[in-house]
Design a protein around this ligand. Sequence first.
Ligand SMILES: [Zn+2]
Length: 205
Amino acid sequence: MENQHGPDFPNGEYQGKPFSNSTPIYPSGASFPTVPEEEAGITYSDPVDNARVPLIKLEDNLRTHLSPNFTVGSFVGKVGRDYHYARISVDLVRTIQAIQERAQAPLFIVSGYRPPAVNELIKGADQSPHIAGRAADFKVSGIEPLEVAALALDEMGPHVGIGLGAGTIHIELREDLKSWVYTGAKLSHEEFSEWVQERTQRASL
Ligand SMILES: [Zn+2]
């Protein structure tokens, strides 16, 4: 399930579309003109997905809702103060909103889109999908990260990269299941992987 632009997204919304030209339409109906790569420059380059998720302008749009509970600002956080553009996958917004609805307590995105320099500064992985706009680290108020991971898996099935942290979880849109843990997580890598496998297999029965 690979095309020349990398793995397909689970919902396939960008399939067959020349994604650098496609205007994203978010669950709220919001849509923004996309910014050409040449205009944004290397600061916003996406070596991870080759600019599959297009850049949108942040200015004046930070408070614009992408879905009932989340704005552009929710997905960029502090990046919105210092940067002009961002990549935010429509599928990611839809997924986060769906997890929010399952959680029934406030979901807070700690880190969404990261320009390459920000990713480097916070020591993110080299090929981090945060750079590509298809990953989010988040927590749900009053709910343990492992329980939040359960909600994410119930929503996403095996089409997820999922990382368990001490206070947050990381999710990324991907075709095949992958799981890992961060320092301070309640389970070891092995324990979490096994738990993830069981949970996704049970869901697909
Ligand atoms: Zn992350």
